[in-house]
Design a protein around this ligand. Structure first.
Ligand code: ADP
Length: 407
């Protein structure tokens, strides 16, 4: 160490030259009075070149003024301390380049004068590393942010995909359900064809065979009787087939409704004409007598199918020698069509099931039937804004009522 005033001897010099930090000693006038080799090298000076120069030469221009104040303040104190205190400190080399430093100040007095010894460390490398770490951290944060955004997007996409799949699953399971129901319907139809069709078909066969035997002209009444049986049984089979077709169309959503205005009498005549073919011995139908001027805005085919289902049931579930009455009541809002029979009626306990598909009451099981007619009529009425209701007493009779909006 090149000391001007203090002659501290060899040990001190060896010590100061051995350490890697720079040492700068300034007097009260802020003049450099001593520097070690590390300090000279750090600031780019030759040995002894700094001696006598103001401390300012080692301080970047930007920091000079504030440094001056700090230094003066500091000279008044006598405690060693670190410089900077949270601020970045910089040194200025001889070639005016600037580098970051860390400095510790140690004031001391000797020979009646005050000095400050400054220990300086070049922290360029450490700063660079810090900077690099900061950069890396920043990049990392950026990446994490990008990934988070990407992840959120993926999560959203996934959610949308899950919703789509759930919807597709729902559609498929509905389609499967429909498919199963149709399968069931077809199975039911097959077993029905084999059971329900057998009796009427063998009846038709018997009547047809007998008709061929009545060859004499006076046997015309017998011939007619058997032709009537054949007609009614064919009509019965035709009704069953129509019901199944309706059911299939309802289930597959293929029913097309056609609204139109038509005279009620047209449908009524058609239905009652066909029902006459099914009448038992001594049964007769009482026609409604006030319907000539009534026009209905409804689906005519559906009206016909519904009415004939109800009239045919009245015939089927009533014994011989009874009356089936059809009554039409014109109200302001609705047209009521009532089919009143004096038949077996529906047991009270079973009445709540009467519109269920395939349901047949206990007392009706000896009569041929499929249990789908009322279910279809109810579906049609629900779909078209009409309704169906009934009242029934076992062994007394039933009244089924169709309510059609009067438009
Ligand atoms: P199906 O007559 O082919 O059995 P429906 O759906 O038309 O089928 O009728 C369902 C059930 O309702 C019948 O099996 C019968 O038990 C009862 N039912 C319907 N109409 C009458 C009626 N007019 N009198 C007594 N019971 C009836």
């Amino acid at each position: 160490m090149k000391v001007i005033e203090a002659k501290k001897g060899n040990i001190f010099r060896i010590l100061s030259e051995a350490i890697s930090e720079g040492i700068i000693i300034v007097n009260e006038k802020q003049e450099i009075v001593a520097s070690n080799e590390a300090a000279d090298k750090m600031f780019g000076y030759e040995a002894r070149e700094l001696i006598g120069q103001p401390l300012n030469v080692l301080i970047p221009h930007d920091f000079k003024s504030s440094h001056h104040v700090h230094a003066r303040e500091f000279m008044k104190q006598s405690e060693p301390r670190k410089m900077g205190h949270g601020r970045d400190l910089y040194g200025r080399r001889k070639d005016n380049t600037i580098f970051p430093v860390e400095a510790g100040l140690n004031p001391f007095s000797t020979g009646g004068s005050r000095y400050v010894m400054t220990l300086i460390t070049d922290i360029s490398v450490r700063k660079e590393q810090e900077e690099e770490i900061k950069n890396l951290n920043y990049q990392l944060e950026q990446k994490i942010e990008e990934r988070t955004v990407a992840l959120q997007e993926s999560v959203l996409e996934l959610k949308a995909e899950i919703t789509k799949r759930k919807e597709a699953e729902k559609r498929i399971s509905e389609a499967l359900k429909k498919e199963r129901e149709l399968g069931e319907l077809k199975t039911k139809f097959l077993s029905l064809v084999s059971h329900e069709f057998k009796t009427p078909l063998s009846g038709i066969l018997t009547s047809a065979t007998l008709v061929s035997k009545y060859t004499e002209s006076h046997q015309q009444p017998q011939r007619e009787k058997h032709l009537h049986i054949i007609k009614s049984k064919v009509k019965y089979l035709d009704n069953i087939l129509n019901d199944f077709l309706s059911l299939e169309r309802l289930d597959t959503g293929k029913t097309v409704f056609r609204f139109d205005t038509f005279p009620l009498s047209r449908v009524m005549n058609e239905v009652l004409y066909n029902a006459n073919m099914l009448l038992k011995e001594g049964q007769h139908i009482v026609y409604p007598d006030n319907i000539d001027d009534i026009f209905i805005y409804f689906d005519e085919k559906i009206m016909e199918l519904s009415l004939s289902n109800l009239v045919n049931n009245a015939v089927k579930y009533s014994p011989e020698n009874t009356v089936i009455k059809v009554v039409v009541i014109l109200e302001e809002e609705n047209i009521l069509i009532k089919i009143i029979d004096q038949g077996m009626g529906i047991p009270e306990a079973e009445q709540k099931h009467i519109f269920d598909r395939y349901f047949r009451a206990e007392n009706a099981l000896l009569t041929q039937g499929t249990g789908i007619g009322l279910n279809i009529v109810k579906s049609y009425m629900d779909a078209l804004g009409g309704s169906i209701s009934f009242e029934s007493t076992e062994n007394k009779g039933s009244t089924f009522t169709l309510t059609i909006p009067n438009k």
